[in-house]
Design a protein around this ligand. Structure first.
Ligand code: SF4
Length: 190
């Protein structure tokens, strides 16, 4: 069973820990308050470098390795040397959602796949973005009247950029990426 601590015991433990930290750092050049800065100070520093963070975010988008149907073939084309997307900051496809911040929904979305797609989205790092690539991901495409196809991924996830076509070309995805970058940097609105 977990032992319960009283508030008083926590205060004593915190005091002892502070003393330990002070003792271990007093002979060093680094001042304790630099390493243990207050949250407000960290926020102030972040505000100063807000522009830098935005610049880094815009130019280092990490897409998830993920495809649903025929549009995914075009997604593979997008990853090829001919497109060379890295020159614009669209980096390597990541094999895990935890290392990705862009989901390109390429293909039709079946109702049975929705829970899995949602789970992948929720596992991605924040802030995260969604591109609806092709007619099927945008509105259900040729299957919009089918009993098992969702009429657009925007019924499930918030979409940032739509790409028209059946299938769209890899170049269209490149353009969509540039729109996404403009949106993240605040040059265009929703
Ligand atoms: S939009 Fe066309 S090419 Fe893309 S997944 Fe749908 S049917 Fe296939």
């Amino acid at each position: 069973m977990t032992e319960e601590y009283t508030e008083e015991e926590f205060k004593i433990a915190k005091k002892e820990m502070d003393q330990l930290v002070y003792e271990s750092l007093k002979d060093k050049d680094v001042k304790p308050n630099v390493m243990f800065a207050k949250t407000s100070e960290i926020l102030r520093a972040l505000k100063l470098s807000k522009g830098m963070i935005k610049w880094a975010r815009v130019n280092s988008l990490w897409p998830m390795q993920f495809g649903l149907a025929c549009c995914a073939i075009e997604l593979m084309g997008f990853g090829s040397a001919r497109i060379d997307a890295e020159r614009k900051g669209y980096l390597l496809f990541r094999g895990t959602p935890r290392q990705a911040d862009v989901m390109v929904v390429a293909g039709w979305v079946t109702k049975s796949a929705v829970p899995e797609i949602k789970r992948l989205y929720e596992q991605m790092t924040e802030p995260r973005y969604v591109v609806a690539f092709g007619e099927c991901a945008t509105c259900g495409g040729p299957w919009f009247e089918s009993y098992n196809i969702v009429r657009g991924i925007d019924q499930v996830l918030p979409v940032d950029v739509y790409v028209a076509g059946c299938p769209p070309k890899p170049e269209n995805l490149f353009e969509a990426l540039m729109k996404l970058q403009a949106k993240i940097s605040g040059k265009i609105e929703d």
